[in-house]
Design a protein around this ligand. Sequence first.
Ligand code: IPE
Ligand code: IPE
Ligand code: MG
Length: 255
Amino acid sequence: MSKPTSSTIAIPSIGDVPRHIAVIMDGNGRWARARHLPRVAGHRQGVESVRAVVKACAERGVEYLTLFAFSSENWRRPQEEVSLLMELFVRALQMEVKKLHKNAIRFRVIGDLASFSERIQNLVAESVALTRDNRGLTLTVAANYGGRWDILQAVNRLLAERPADSGPVREEELAACLSMSEVPEPDLFIRTGGEQRISNFLLWQLAYTELYFTDTLWPDFDAAALDVAIASYHRRERRFGRTSEQLAQHPVPQQ
Ligand code: IPE
Ligand code: IPE
Ligand code: MG
C-alpha cells in the first residue's frame, strides 16, 4: 500500500464521501440506564450499531472506518464491567469476523494488546490474518488504545531503530511508526453521547479532521444518523491553513 499523505506536509485531495471516518462510540451506559437496564445491555445494543454503521459505510464507499471500543483509561472502570466488555469483545470476534470476511472487509486492531488475555490476542491475530487481503472497507478497532500511548510507542520504536547520529526526527519518520501509519488521516470524526472531547483517541491523526458531535447515544446511532453526520461534513470548508479565496481559485489542491 502506498504511504498516505500527511495533512501537514501536503494538502490532501478531498472526495465527496469521507475516505476515513473515526468514531468514539459513547453513551452505551446512559442508554441502558434510561431503560433501567444494566450497563452491559447498552454495550450489547452498541454491537448492533457497529453492525449497522459498518454496513452503511461499506455501502457508501467509505474506505476506512476506525472505531474506539476500549480506551487505555477504561481499565479504571469497575472490574465487572471490564470483564463483561472483554466477554462481549470475544463473542463479537467469534460471531462477526466470518461475516466481515464474506463482505470483503479488512479487519485490524490497534492498541496495546499485551494487556488482553491470550484468548483475545489469539482471536484478534486469527481475524486479522483471515481478512488481511480483503479489498473492501478497512475496519480498525481501537482496543486498549490511547493517543498518547501510540505516540510514545512510536517514539520508543524510533529510538530503538534509528542510528543515534541521524539528526532531528522528521514528521514522516514518526508517522511511519504510529499504529495508523498505513491509513490516511480521518476526514470525519464522530462522537456520539453528547460529550465534546477527544478522550485520548487519535491525537496525532486528528490534526485536520472535521469534528462532529451528536447527542445521539451510540446504541441509537444508525445509517440515517451516519448520513446526517456525512451531510454535516459536506457543509464544511476544509482549508488546511489556506484562505477561502485560495480555495475558490484552486479547488484542486496546489502545493
Ligand atoms: C461507550 O459507552 C463504550 C465504552 C467506553 C466501552 P460508555 O460505557 O462510556 O457509556 P456512557 O458514557 O457511560 O453512557
Ligand atoms: C471514550 O469513551 C472511549 C470509548 C468510547 C471506547 P469514555 O466514556 O471512556 O470517555 P470519557 O471518560 O467520558 O471521556
Ligand atoms: Mg462514556
